[in-house]
Design a protein. Sequence first.
Length: 173
Amino acid sequence: MIKQIVKDIFRFKFKRFGSYVYLLKLEKNILIDTSSRINRRQLIKKLKEINLAPEDIQIIILTHNHFDHTGNYSIFKNAKIYGSKEDFSSENIINIDKLNLKEFKIIKTPGHTQGSICVLYKKVLFSGDTLFDRDTIGRTDLRTSDPKKMKSSLEKLKKIKYNFLCPGHGYQD
């Protein structure tokens, strides 16, 4: 299912397990997360429904390094791929600190993973697996998690003003 969040932002939801994927059709075509590999065909199909192909995506922002968010970034041959240095050591992933996009604010939110990030674009917060609908949060019982850091990250997010929450997973239609 494709849902338009606001004018130029779309959410892709999949039938099988994987994160939501968000498409921002701005001056550049930007994806936030790429879902799990099992959703690859469906992701390509959804892009086609919006008249895009994988080669039309210029930037990918990965909220953290879990397979259900990163499973498809390799199909985007023309995209620059950004993620936190704490989560990604691959030379294919550019340090998120080097992302220079107007109106985008990267918020480091360790807890679910050491390098989890959220992205604020205007009044839309892309929260990955840090914060979900209904005030639920990402798991902190994983090997890469830290409950104390998650608590601090959630306190940081409470100070952010946003109108739309776009989590990595959720109960949304």
